[in-house]
Design a protein around this ligand. Structure first.
Ligand SMILES: C[S@@+](CC[C@H](N)C(=O)[O-])C[C@H]1O[C@@H](n2cnc3c(N)ncnc32)[C@H](O)[C@@H]1O
Length: 351
């Protein structure tokens, strides 16, 4: 399918809140790890102009093509890379794009992938059971559904879908294999769980679980967040929008842990961990969409935004007087100048 006939009208979620949390400023360097159809990326480019730069990453080559079109007028300021954000650090090093002022992750899938891709993310349309963000990846949803032992299927559905009927669903899937299409799978789940009673379709949790397993979403998120912290410059911002509790738990735990000083077990008489806080939470509480946004874009209803700012401990990488000048300059907010960025880069390289 060409990018032009994809349904690319994905509405970016928590757009203003994300821009505010990123503190986007002219001349800044930003990474959008999930560029999708370029909604957040475009807003970053608008606000960081003149002189702003954006590295946009997406695992889905079709998303990159759509983003290319959407960001055409900023093409001199954008670099788009088709890769998984689990390789975030390697990508930034490869393109000499660090330290950065802000990193955004807007997790999950886009409306374009859900509605128009025919890649099996939705149980509303019949399609092959695929669910890969990157079609070059080996394992598909059909592989997991048709080859996993029953106990493993039940574990996936229970853990990644938080589905209380996981055993019944797994048993019925195994009885009815091979399962080739999304509607076939949705019917089996409906049969195992019973018909819909509330607003949520009974297959929602199972589809979420299988998609998470296919794309190793939770493992990749945790690894990417750790890399993101390393790539942020002093006072750089890390902003994450998640859409279900499993993702949000990972983001919350990691941000809180990195915002703490000592992480010794309670009762340890003297600190032995030497842990220094590397992040400061921007808001203690999660940011959620307004009722107006949910009405206008129901897809946003489960979104949660968390944000933190990077702290960098003074260390002995630079001589004391050089460090003092560097700090004075960064505090005066002049740290976006290239010479200063290079110095900060040195501190990073040596850390
Ligand atoms: C919610 S959409 C992002 C939408 C985007 N913010 C916008 O405004 O158009 C999520 C995107 O993240 C991509 N994605 C999900 N997991 C990824 C990963 N591990 N690495 C890179 N991209 C990923 C998906 O392919 C999808 O395009």
């Amino acid at each position: 399918m060409s990018p032009s006939n994809q349904n690319s009208n994905h509405v970016p979620v928590l757009l203003e809140e994300a821009m505010e949390a990123l503190a986007v400023q002219p001349g800044g360097r930003y990474v959008d790890c999930t560029v999708g159809s370029g909604g957040h990326a475009r807003a970053i480019l608008e606000r960081s102009s003149p002189g702003g730069q954006l590295l946009g990453i997406d695992a889905d080559p079709m998303a990159i093509k759509v983003a290319q079109k959407k960001l055409e007028e900023y093409k001199k300021s954008v670099l788009l890379v088709n890769d998984n954000f689990v390789n975030l650090q390697a990508t930034c090093i490869k393109y000499d794009f660090f330290p950065v002022h802000g990193i955004l992750l807007d997790l999950g899938f886009s409306s374009m992938q859900l509605n128009g891709s025919g890649r099996g993310f939705s149980f509303q349309h019949d399609a092959h059971l695929d669910m890969r963000f990157n079609p070059e990846q080996e394992v598909t949803a059909a592989d997991i559904v048709n080859t996993s032992p029953e106990a493993e299927l039940a574990r996936i559905i229970r853990t990644y879908g938080e589905e209380s009927h996981s055993r019944q669903i797994a048993r019925l899937i195994v009885q009815e294999r091979p399962i080739t299409s999304t509607l076939h799978l949705a019917r089996i789940v409906e049969k195992a769980v019973g018909r819909r009673t509330g607003k949520i379709h009974p297959a929602t949790k199972t589809f979420q679980a299988i998609r998470i397993a296919v794309n190793l979403e939770l493992e990749n998120l945790e690894r990417a967040l750790k890399q993101a912290i390393e790539l942020l410059g002093f006072e750089g911002r890390l902003v994450v929008i998640s859409y279900h509790s499993l993702e949000d738990r990972i983001v919350k735990r990691l941000m809180q842990q990195e915002a703490r000083g000592c992480i010794c077990p309670p009762g340890t008489p003297v600190c032995i961990c030497g842990h220094e806080p590397r992040l400061k939470l921007i808001r203690r509480h999660v940011i959620m969409p307004s009722e107006g946004e949910i009405r206008a874009n129901p897809r946003s209803r489960s979104a949660k935004l968390r944000a933190a700012t990077r702290l960098i401990a003074q260390d002995a990488c630079l001589a004391a007087d050089e460090m003092e000048i560097l700090w004075a300059e960064t505090e005066a907010r002049a740290w976006r100048r290239p010479a200063l960025l290079r110095k900060l880069q040195m501190v990073f390289a040596m850390a």
